[in-house]
Design a protein around this ligand. Structure first.
Ligand SMILES: *[C@@H]1O[C@H](CO)[C@@H](O)[C@H](O)[C@H]1NC(C)=O
Length: 476
């Protein structure tokens, strides 16, 4: 028991993720050179003159000549450096001019440039988590990691004042206190590594809510999505997960939780129960807390409600993801109360939803019975009202036609009414309900049913009145 208790405490401590910046500006990384390989001893090395750059030199490189940028630094760990030779290095060819690629435009809010994992250990072992685009870049509660043996240049421009995160690790040093990191940002390396209109800040509290925390990136949604190219989707009813930039084929499970829900344990549960097993190994799962606006009576926006969104993608039609969604719902039905889950539903890109099957036939039958009762009651009420003469069946209006007599009367009435620019109207028929059915042909008079457009609005001629009586015109 004590062991179990300690494990629960550990796993319930915090729900923050590790996000690692993928690119680097290391000298020895061949992807940083325009020729696709690290320069050799007969080459001329060129850094773009107009640029600032921080370069990590892992080991000793031999060069013939080097052209420096406007501003920059070499970070030399022990064992790093350069030797200059006169260009006679064997096996290096005649020598070319090789340029260091520009890292100026790499953006903090580009989802393609980050890796996400649940722990630093998982990051190292490559056990990565899938997440929607907004959460593929750093969230406010995350620990941000720049690889220890590397340097970088990142544009941290944001739609908000700052870019709050829990901690930032640079060159093996972890910053989680505000003043230390501010000092680092002002240092030589700090100014070369981080640029842009906003600066990251550390010390935001980690997520202390075991049920998870909202990422906080919705203000940068457009900035994040501007980097994403959405592939066309071929499924019947593509889904749009909250926080994502593209439609997807697959399934979305929405979970309502109670105070005992723990996001990380639930993620582990689904991993062990389903995703780690055939046939679900190929499925990508993104689980996070999202805020959904609730609508009262489908019209009036209500408070945001926090829900757990589980996005399931199988990379194909979404059929396998849908099967998994049904399995997850079954698990919720069996174990929901012990997991801290009060309800769950799903939508699949095939068009299926949890309402179709899992709420069972009982729901359909009850719905049908209620529908029939309401319908019968409605007919009875109408019949009674009809018998008492409160409701009459109106004659259907004819298709409007325009006669010369009408046009004449319209022209006349418009002249008299030209001062009515108020776009409201009074319906004189409401004053005398008996008027409507008592006058025969009142809706049928083909001369009278009419609509005319004028520069000041749409005029309806009310056929209940004499065409010559100008006060009967409505202005809408
Ligand atoms: C080189 O850079 C690329 C992308 O910038 C990165 O994916 C890769 O991991 C780097 N290589 C090494 C050895 O660090």
């Amino acid at each position: 028991m004590p062991v179990v208790f300690i494990l629960l405490c550990l796993s319930g401590a915090a729900e923050s993720l590790y996000k690692q910046w993928i690119p680097d500006t290391n000298y020895g990384n061949e992807t940083n050179w325009d020729k696709g390989s690290v320069p050799c001893g007969n080459d001329i090395v060129q850094f773009l003159a107009q640029r600032k750059v921080s370069v990590y030199v892992e080991t000793v490189y031999s060069i013939k000549e080097m052209r420096f940028p406007e501003d920059g630094e070499f970070i030399l760990p022990s064992g790093g450096g350069f030797t200059v030779n006169s260009g006679g290095e064997p096996g290096c060819g005649a020598g070319v001019t090789t340029q260091f690629k520009d890292a100026q435009s790499l953006q903090w809010f580009d989802p393609a440039l980050w890796k996400t994992a649940a722990s630093s250990d998982d990051l190292e072992k490559g056990r990565l988590l899938f997440s929607v685009h907004e959460e593929s870049v750093p969230c406010q509660h995350d620990d941000i990691v720049f690889r220890a043996d590397s340097t970088f240049r990142v544009d941290t421009s944001s739609n908000q004042q700052g870019v709050p995160v829990q901690s930032v690790s640079v060159l093996g040093q972890k910053f989680s206190g505000g003043s230390d990191f501010t000092q680092y940002l002002g240092s030589r390396s700090g100014t070369l590594q981080f640029h842009g209109s906003s600066k990251p800040s550390v010390g935001a509290s980690g997520c202390s809510d075991a049920s998870g925390c909202n990422c906080g990136n919705s203000a940068n949604h457009d900035r994040i999505c501007s980097k994403i190219k959405c592939a066309p989707m071929s499924c019947r009813k593509p889904l749009y997960p909250a926080g994502h930039c593209c439609d997807v084929c697959g399934a979305i499970v929405t979970v309502r939780y109670t105070s005992s829900f723990n996001l990380e344990s639930y993620r582990n549960r689904l991993q062990n129960l389903f995703l780690g097993r055939t046939p679900y190994r190929s499925i990508q799962m993104g689980m996070s807390k999202v805020l959904k606006s609730q609508w009262f009576l489908w019209m009036i926006p209500h408070a945001d409600e926090a829900l757990i969104q589980i996005v399931l993608l199988d990379g194909e039609s979404g059929a396998l993801a849908e099967t998994l969604a049904r399995d997850i719902l079954k698990d919720v039905q069996d174990q929901g109360s012990t997991l801290g889950i009060s309800g769950a539903e799903f939508q699949a890109s095939s068009g299926a939803t949890s309402g179709d099957r899992d709420q069972g036939n009982a729901g359909v039958v009850v719905g049908a019975v209620i529908g029939v009762i309401v319908l019968v009651a409605g007919i009875l009420v109408l019949a009674v009202l009809f018998r008492r003469g409160i409701v009459r069946i109106p004659t259907m209006p004819n298709i409007p036609t325009i006669s010369i007599a009408f046009l004449r009367s319209l022209a006349q009435s418009q002249q008299e009414n030209s001062e009515f620019t108020d776009h409201g109207f009074e319906n004189p028929m409401f004053d005398d309900p008996g008027l409507m059915p008592e006058v025969p042909g009142i809706y049928g008079g083909k001369d009278m049913n009419s609509i005319a457009m004028t520069s000041s609005g749409v005029y309806f001629t009310n056929p209940a009145f004499d065409a010559n009586e100008s006060s009967a015109d409505f202005t809408v």
